[in-house]
Design a protein around this ligand. Structure first.
Ligand code: RIB
Length: 292
């Protein structure tokens, strides 16, 4: 089975429950605060592993974030390429309002101190059927993508947090992009999902595109076919990590040889379970919950 190398962030998430997300100039009270394990990269590695994929995480933490590495390991992720250095672990300030909707600020911390050497070492034994997965919460994303592509590795990319310059730099190297409707609008200027897909395809014709629409479902489009999966109706308590869960289950299912339509359906089911639970990494369902 193909290996997924996830170059990604590992964050401590400080999660504040609020009545509604703070507006500019406003001061609000938090109803409750909790610390969770998160980071888009770490969440995606765990979702991949829970979906049944072989995953190696490439990342960086400080001594204050050892629990993040332990958690990856206990979920079956290879942590050989997670370095512990001098820089403090990255963190996120997350507001979650009663509807489950969130707003997130990330501080890169150690996620910004990954070395080219570490990425080179991790990809030393990568084969052409393997994948490099990246998001925008670490340094060296364009460099790593270009390097991995030159080695013949397939590339999956989640342009989150959105950064137009990075997306433009990496688009020519991608095999799969997984984005939400806000990122799709920022990238193409369109808000209709099919026009977003058309807009992305116009810029990268060979690319497979997974577009998530929250409670309105998700698309998976390749040159040959476009699948749409409506979202399961659930009561959301916290949407944090739902996109990461979707991505991990989608790519994880594809690496296990599950066809695109069923991989999309499985990913949507996993994301629906995730939003019914609080936290990021902790809210990612196990395969047994999804497949039974
Ligand atoms: O996608 C959710 C994640 O975004 C959180 O866990 C937070 O750490 C930020 O990276």
């Amino acid at each position: 089975m193909a290996q997924v190398y996830c170059l990604g962030s590992l964050n401590l998430d400080f999660v504040y429950q609020v009545d509604s997300i703070v507006s500019p100039g406003q001061t609000i009270k938090s109803l409750e605060v909790q610390t969770h394990l998160g980071g888009k990269g770490g969440n995606q590695s765990i979702a991949l592993a829970r979906a049944g994929a072989n995953v190696s995480h490439i990342g960086s933490i400080g001594a204050d974030g050892i629990e993040l590495r332990r958690n990856l390991e206990s979920n079956g992720v290879n942590v050989q390429f997670v370095r512990v250095g001098e820089v403090r672990t990255g963190h996120a300030i997350i507001q979650v309002q009663r509807s489950g909707q969130n707003a997130i600020i990330v501080e890169a911390g150690a996620n910004g101190s990954i070395s080219e050497e570490l990425i080179r070492t991790a990809l030393e034994t990568a084969e052409p059927e393997d994948w490099l997965l990246a998001q925008n919460e670490t340094n060296l994303v364009p460099w790593a993508i270009e390097y991995a592509k030159k080695r013949g590795v397939r590339i999956a990319y989640n342009p989150s947090p959105f950064d137009a310059e990075t997306v433009t730099a990496v688009l020519p190297y991608l095999d799969l992009i997984i984005l939400n409707e806000t990122e799709g609008r920022d990238l193409t200027g369109e808000s209709d999902p099919l026009l977003i897909i058309k807009g992305v395809r116009g810029r990268a014709p060979r690319l497979d595109i997974a577009l998530t629409l929250g409670g309105d479902g998700a698309y998976l489009a390749s040159n040959e076919e476009t699948y749409f999966q409506p979202a399961q109706k659930v009561t959301a308590v916290d949407t944090t990590g739902a996109g990461d869960t979707f991505l991990g289950y989608l790519l994880g299912s594809l690496t296990r040889g599950i066809d695109k339509k069923n991989a999309l359906e499985r990913a949507s089911r996993a994301a629906a379970v995730c939003v019914t639970r609080r936290g990021a990494a902790a809210s990612i369902p196990l395969a047994v919950e999804i497949d039974s």
